[in-house]
Design a binder for this molecule. Structure first.
Ligand SMILES: [Zn+2]
Length: 78
């Protein structure tokens, strides 16, 4: 009996065996795509949304640094 799984990315059938090195993904590309999505998701969660006044100045500074690092178009106001 052969155990088969569906690639979480493209739903292609993957045979669960030692030679299927990217299982449960069909290929390295699908594996990387999935990891990328996961990383994006965790990044969103790690950036707090200021919803109340309990946000400290440190957190605001950290968010600002994050914006500066991730946004090359950001220009400091004069
Ligand atoms: Zn796939």
């Amino acid at each position: 009996m052969t155990l088969k799984v569906s690639c979480p990315q493209c739903q292609k059938t993957v045979i669960w065996q030692a030679s299927s090195e990217f299982r449960p993904f069909c290929c390295k590309r699908c594996q990387l795509l999935d990891l990328g999505e996961w990383a994006d998701e965790s990044h969103k969660i790690s950036v707090p949304i200021p919803v109340d006044s309990a946000i400290s100045q440190e957190m605001l500074d950290a968010m600002e640094d994050d914006i500066l690092l991730n946004n090359n178009f950001f220009v400091e106001p004069e």
